[in-house]
Every structure is written in C-alpha cells, then in structure tokens.
Design a protein around this ligand. Structure first.
Ligand code: 6PG
Length: 232
C-alpha cells in the first residue's frame, strides 16, 4: 500500500515521543495557518503515554480543539469515559474540547449523537486524527460486521457521527465518527502497540476485508495517507 507508512519504534516511550513531536508539528502549523487546530484522539489502554508526551509539548493549546474518534456514552465521571481519560492525561486548561458524553442523565444516545454531529459540522476538516485498533480489527466504534458499517465506512457519507447501541466491546452505547469524518483530515495515524496487535495488523492486510476488519477501510482508502506507529 503506497499510501500507508508503517513506522516501528524500539519501545513505547520512543513511539510516544515521536508521535507527540509529529502531532505537535501538525497542530502548530494548523494553528499558525488557520488560527485554530483540531486533534481527534481515541481511547482504550494504548494512548495514555502518548497523551502525557503530547501534553508536555509547548503548543498554542488555546488554539487547539480536542475531541474523540468515538466516545463510550457514559457519564464523564465513569472510569469507562474516554473524556475522563483525555481530561486527566492530555487536555490543557486553555484548550477547547468537544464533548460526546451525555450532557445529562436524561439525554438519549440519539440526542447526544445529534449534538455531536452539529458540533463536528463546524470543522471544515480536522488537523490530526489518531485511531486505535482492537484485537478484532475494529477502530473507533466501527465494529466487524456491524450494521452501522453501511453508513460508517462510506467515504462520501454526509453523516459525521453514528450512534452504536450494541458494541461488542463494553460499554454497549457509544458515539462514533464515520470514516467520512475521520478521513477528512490533514494527518491520519494508527497507533498500535504489542506483538499481538502487530499480528492482527498483518492479518488485516492479508484478509483485506473492511467488513471483517473495519480498520482495513482506513488502510485501503486513498483520500489521506495513513501512518502506522507501532512498538512491541
Ligand atoms: C475504545 C476505543 C477503541 C480503541 C481500541 C483499542 O473505546 O476502547 O474506541 O476503538 O481505540 O479498542 O483499544 P486498546 O488501546 O485498549 O487496545
């Protein structure tokens, strides 16, 4: 795949530093050229050291808006909340944040998704999007063989967000960005660590089926180059 670059690092700290440098460069140039920059990150266990490395970078954080490729639709006080993780390890006080978490205990998933969609419509494009990948080949909350993939993987979809009610990875209710939204960016990254994720990635390339492994949609698309950051 000519438009996919696979970068291997000696260890996870070296990966986190290199990724933080690269993302900081993109955000800084976006902020300089457009007066504002946007960063979309993923949750899970992988990104924490990268969040800490990026937070330490001297950036014009007041010009940066941070949000998520997907959110677990739970209160921000929950340990399942990706917003909680981002607020703890990445977000500067003066940075902006687009929340995909419920605004009240009464807000439904569909209402939250409409709110997130309206917030993301304000971005002409994102500067940086960082994806993760699950052992089943999912990315964001785009899961294998899920009905949401019909709209979720359509690169020309008008939808930026989709509600997910039955995520195979708990918690079940989530809001995910679509592939159309994710690929509308200046820098697209897949961040994976560990030998087993490397094996999954190799298998994803061999099987070459985005229904089975939604991450493949981002590997095969040519709208934006993909850079994979991997360390054992
Ligand atoms: C989540 C993320 C999910 C994550 C991958 C990788 O809510 O967990 O949306 O897409 O990025 O599952 O997660 P790990 O880093 O924990 O392996």
């Amino acid at each position: 795949m000519k438009h996919v670059e696979f970068l291997t690092f000696d260890n996870r700290d070296a990966l986190s530093e290199a990724l933080a440098d690269s993302v900081a460069d993109t955000l800084q140039s976006g902020a300089k050229e457009n007066g504002a920059a946007s960063l979309i990150v993923s949750g899970g266990s992988t990104p924490k050291p990268f969040f800490q490395a990026l937070k330490a970078k001297p950036l014009a954080w007041d010009k940066v808006t941070v949000s998520l490729a997907d959110e677990r639709f739970v209160d921000v006080s929950s340990d399942d909340s990706t917003e909680k993780l981002v607020r703890e390890f990445l977000l500067h006080d003066d940075a902006n944040y687009v929340s995909m978490a419920p605004i009240s205990a009464d807000e439904t998933l569909d209402e939250g998704c409409v709110r997130a969609e309206a917030a993301f419509q304000k971005f002409p494009m994102f500067d940086t999007v960082i994806l993760g990948m699950g052992e089943d080949g999912h990315t964001a909350s785009l899961f294998p063989h899920h009905p949401a993939l019909v709209e979720g993987l359509k690169l020309d979809s008008q939808r930026l967000c989709l509600p997910i009610t039955d995520s195979p990875k708990p918690p079940p209710e989530r809001i995910t960005l679509t592939a159309a939204a994710i690929t509308n960016c200046r820098q697209l990254i897949l961040h994976i660590t560990g030998d087993s994720k490397r094996d999954v990635y190799d298998n994803v390339l061999t099987v070459a089926d985005a229904q089975q492994h939604p991450i493949y949609a981002f590997i095969e698309q040519t709208r934006i180059p993909l850079t994979v950051y991997w360390a054992a």
